[in-house]
Design a protein around this ligand. Structure first.
Ligand code: KG4
Ligand code: ZN
Length: 342
């Protein structure tokens, strides 16, 4: 280890995962601890913000302690403390931000606030050491769907966003409607493998005034209407076919828009990020489309797709070397926009 080595303790608590990690030079994960609250929220069919906040309060210290221990480090040895400060649920975000501030203050270390989506994008640097901007990135999670051009580290141009539901949200709502439960994405993914993607022709979301923006509420309503009409006609619903057909509709739209952006911008690298990036059909479809164009396709392993703190440490590194520092007045911003300055 030389003097230039930068090791960042990162914290992520924006939704239902309490996570901490130590990341070296933005690409090497020394530890990555994730405590997921999914079993707690499953009984309610979705994340209950108050319960999430309380669980973060209970777990944040043990999770950070384990992340430091796994990296064989003391808090005093890290170069900075990074934390997600938005977007997300305000209570959960506040637990992470307050804890990070306390640790940075106690250990006299710089504090760096990180945008959650920037974290998801940066997850790609961990396993693709030679990935560098510029490239196109599709970020699809439970709360966000963005197609962006990463122009430089920390510099993003938003090409498209969702006008209504995020892709993961649509997966979760459709899964609930067909009785698969929460979280819906992985369950639809599994059910779709047993179904026929061409069984039902669900609509592709289109937005009238933009060729790029996404809309997933239409396909979600189409699934609900289909289920209602089956019920009224006494026709048995094939859950696997509904899952596969819904998934095909979402995957086709995401692949089409992503490739449009790549073709138009003439870029040769493409990255996928966010919880929905774990989706088998989406990965295959994008890989195939990229192969056809001779474009390099990058996607993180599933553990770095869902919420984790290693991705926050990867993003914070570039802020750290650029001299970005936050004060102890850093606040949680639930609706923080990508690229918004503090
Ligand atoms: O990025 P993430 O962990 O949290 C947010 O920032 O929102 O994403 C969670 C979302 C959930 O909506 C979940 O259903 C979805 O990612 N997801 C999936 C899969 N695994 C997780 N969606 C489709 N297929 C999957 N295999
Ligand atoms: Zn996320």
């Amino acid at each position: 280890m030389n003097d230039e080595t930068v090791r960042i303790l990162a914290i992520e608590t924006s939704c239902d995962e309490t996570a901490a990690a130590v990341v070296q030079d933005g690409r090497e994960v020394l530890s990555n601890v994730i405590y997921t609250q999914i079993p707690i929220h499953t009984q309610y069919g979705g994340v209950v913000p108050e319960i999430a906040s309380r669980s973060h309060v209970e777990k944040i210290v043990p999770v950070v302690t384990k992340a430091l221990a796994d990296a064989s480090m003391m808090l005093e040895e890290v170069d900075a403390v990074a934390v997600t400060y938005g977007p997300g649920l305000v209570g959960p975000l506040l637990v992470g931000v307050s804890s990070a501030k306390a640790m940075a203050f106690a250990a006299k270390k710089p504090l760096i606030g990180v945008h959650h989506i920037e974290g998801h994008i940066s997850a790609n640097y961990i396993e693709h050491p030679d990935l560098r901007p510029p490239y196109v990135c599709l970020v699809v999670s439970g709360g966000h769907s963005h197609l962006v051009e990463v122009r430089d580290y920390g510099k993003y141009e938003i090409i498209a966003r969702t006008r209504d539901d995020a892709a993961g949200e649509a997966f979760d709502k459709v899964a609930r409607a067909i009785g698969l439960g929460y979280p819906g994405g992985p369950k639809i993914d599994a059910a779709a493998r047993e179904g026929d993607p061409h069984a039902i022709d669900f609509p592709r979301g289109k937005v009238r005034d933009s060729e790029y923006d996404f809309s997933f509420s239409g396909v979600k309503s189409a699934v609900l209407n289909y289920l209602n009409s089956c019920r009224m006609q006494g026709v048995e619903v094939n859950v696997n076919d509904v899952a596969a057909s819904f998934q095909r509709s979402v995957v086709e739209v995401l692949t089409e828009r992503a490739m449009m952006a790549i073709d138009e911008r003439g870029l040769h690298e493409f990255a996928l990020a966010g919880g929905v990036a774990s989706n088998t059909a989406l990965r295959l479809s994008l890989q195939k489309a990229c192969d056809e164009r001779g474009v390099r396709f990058c996607v993180p392993s599933p553990v770095y797709c869902t919420d984790n703190a290693a991705m926050i440490g990867a993003a914070a590194y570039h802020d750290y070397v650029a001299g970005v520092r936050d004060g102890l007045d850093l606040n949680a911003i639930p609706n923080l926009m990508l690229g918004e300055s503090r």
